[in-house]
Design a binder for this molecule. Structure first.
Ligand code: UTP
Length: 284
């Protein structure tokens, strides 16, 4: 199976940080966000990845490319540890790029992948601004459902009722533990109209007929071509309650929290960080 990572959005919620750099390249602790996303695809068994980029996103391509000058410098100065790390990034997978010409929404971004996916029954989608953490990679969990049921599968997670208007929300019935057969879905509903508090969180395995539906779907919420609207047209979609944790780095607070949490996992950094945070807390 191939993977598509949409990373062409304007990142307006994170301005001015995202004025001249992609939000997908913002580091979370010590790695750019999109590297975690690519690593999840690879850990799920995928080695063909298409990244949807756009204007001002060149650094994403550079990050996954070889950097001969840097590698030469590191080799010459005996910085083997760094050298290994830099080389490993460009060896992660076969990574391809296509540009979304205009930021017309997530559905339109996915549509840019149709020629690359041509001939495949299904493909995985991983949002470039969302990191997941779990024992079994989130995308792998969805691939397993696709293999079991032969239908599209999307990851969902419970969100507090007062936050439903930030997400795509599903309506469905549980067919086995944590797996819902989806009857309907709605993008960013007002709280009063949300059919549940199960939110679509940025990981999908979609049958390739989705491209026909994207083509036919009119602009939806915010005047954008919404993937959620196109997915409503698929005959069968399963929602899988994700066993793990999701981190949306597209807004400042969650990005900062994620960086802190990931830094806390590092045994060397943790004591210093804890001391520093204690100091901050006593000061503010
Ligand atoms: P978001 O809606 O979170 O991204 O899309 P955005 O539009 O950049 O965010 P704000 O609201 O302006 O802050 C989720 C993912 O889909 C991609 C984004 O790059 C992000 O990874 N996306 C979104 C596209 O590739 N193209 C689009 O037209 C919109």
């Amino acid at each position: 199976m191939k993977a598509v990572i949409p990373a062409a959005g304007l990142g307006t919620r994170f301005l001015p940080a995202t004025k001249a750099q992609p939000k997908e390249m913002l580091p979370v602790f010590d790695k750019p966000t999109i590297q975690y996303v690519v690593e999840e695809a690879v850990a799920s068994g995928i080695d063909d990845i298409l990244i949807i980029t756009g204007k001002g996103k060149r650094s994403i391509e550079d990050h996954f490319d070889r950097s001969f000058e840097l590698e030469y410098f590191l080799r010459k100065n005996n910085k083997k540890e760094y050298l290994d790390e830099v080389e490993a990034i460009s060896d992660l997978a076969d990574i391809y790029f296509v540009r979304q010409k205009e930021q017309k929404g997530l559905g339109d971004a996915i549509y840019c992948a149709r020629k690359h996916i041509d001939g495949e029954e299904a493909f995985a989608v991983l949002l470039g601004d969302t990191i997941t953490s779990s024992d079994v990679p989130c995308t792998r969990q969805l691939m397993d459902i696709y293999e079991r049921y032969g239908a599209s599968a999307i990851a969902v997670e419970e969100v507090p009722r007062d936050k439903v208007e930030r997400y795509g929300i599903i309506d469905g019935r549980e067919v086995s533990e944590g797996i819902y057969s989806i009857d309907d879905m709605v993008e960013k509903p007002p709280i009063s109209e949300a059919p549940s508090n199960l939110a679509i969180m940025g990981r999908y395995v979609l049958e390739s007929e989705i491209f026909d539906h994207i083509e036919n779907v009119p602009p939806g919420f915010g005047g954008e071509i919404q993937l959620t609207d196109a997915m409503r047209e698929l005959k069968t979609v399963y929602g899988c309650v994700f066993r793990g944790k999701t981190y949306d780095i597209g807004n400042r607070v969650d990005w900062l929290k994620t960086s802190l949490e990931f830094a806390m996992r590092d045994d060397e950094i943790r004591p210093e960080l804890v001391d520093y945070m204690r100091g901050l807390i006593s000061r503010y």
